[in-house]
Design a protein around this ligand. Structure first.
Ligand SMILES: [Zn+2]
Length: 212
């Protein structure tokens, strides 16, 4: 069952206070519908009658028991993140664990899980793609993968945002780049919970140093 609470939130558009249901925990087996809403970008939204839609920043735990996968959205500062790490350790959860800063980042992780792709390889592919663009600060999000049955080929489909983080446009890259990095790069240790751009830049530097 997904754990949800009700609270009053002021709309940043008009200031009116609205009652919203905040989902704070999703178990994909018990509540597949909540997962669908998450991936569709419909979860934890404040949709006000003034027309403004606001994504609420919530601590959200995502658990896929079949994949033995846990991911926690932890909005906030370094202190909040450190607390979340402690909670993870204390929970005794043994599966793969991730900490992400936003619900959007969680959606990407869930899409990767469903596509049977490793997030750490994907983050490395992003660094390679963004290096060719000459801008490692850009937001680049995995969208979907198109595989060809019984063939090694395939295509990764991305959304590349502009320098202001807006106006996403579609980008495609060969799946082969993913396969090559998966075979050569070192996977993160189980204790590494934040697999993001910063992790990938460090990992890519290690990979380059090892190749020289
Ligand atoms: Zn409003």
């Amino acid at each position: 069952m997904s754990i949800a609470g009700e609270l009053l939130v002021a709309c940043p558009g008009c200031g009116r206070r609205r009652k919203v249901t905040l989902v704070q925990s999703i178990n994909t087996l018990a509540d597949p519908e909540a997962k669908q809403r998450l991936v569709a970008g419909e979860l934890n939204l404040l949709a006000c009658s003034c027309g403004r839609t606001t994504q609420l920043a919530a601590n959200l735990l995502f658990h896929d028991p079949v994949a033995d996968y846990y991911a926690r959205v932890c909005p906030g500062d370094a202190r909040a993140l450190a607390d979340a790490v402690a909670v993870f350790r204390a929970s005794g959860a043994m599966g793969r664990q991730r900490l992400v800063p936003s619900q959007n980042a969680l959606v990407e992780k869930v899409k990767l899980l469903d596509a049977d792709l490793e997030d750490w390889v994907i983050e490395l592919v992003k660094v390679v793609l963004l290096s060719t663009l000459g801008d490692l600060e850009r937001v680049l999000l995995f969208d979907h993968v198109a595989r060809v049955d019984h063939e090694p080929g395939g295509t990764l489909h991305w959304l590349l945002f502009d320098a202001e983080g807006r106006a996403p446009r579609a980008l495609a890259s060969p799946l082969e780049g993913y396969t090559r990095l998966a075979a050569t790069a070192r996977p993160p240790a189980p204790s590494e919970l934040q697999i993001d751009r910063a992790w990938a830049v460090t990992a890519a530097q290690a990979l380059l140093a090892a190749g020289n």
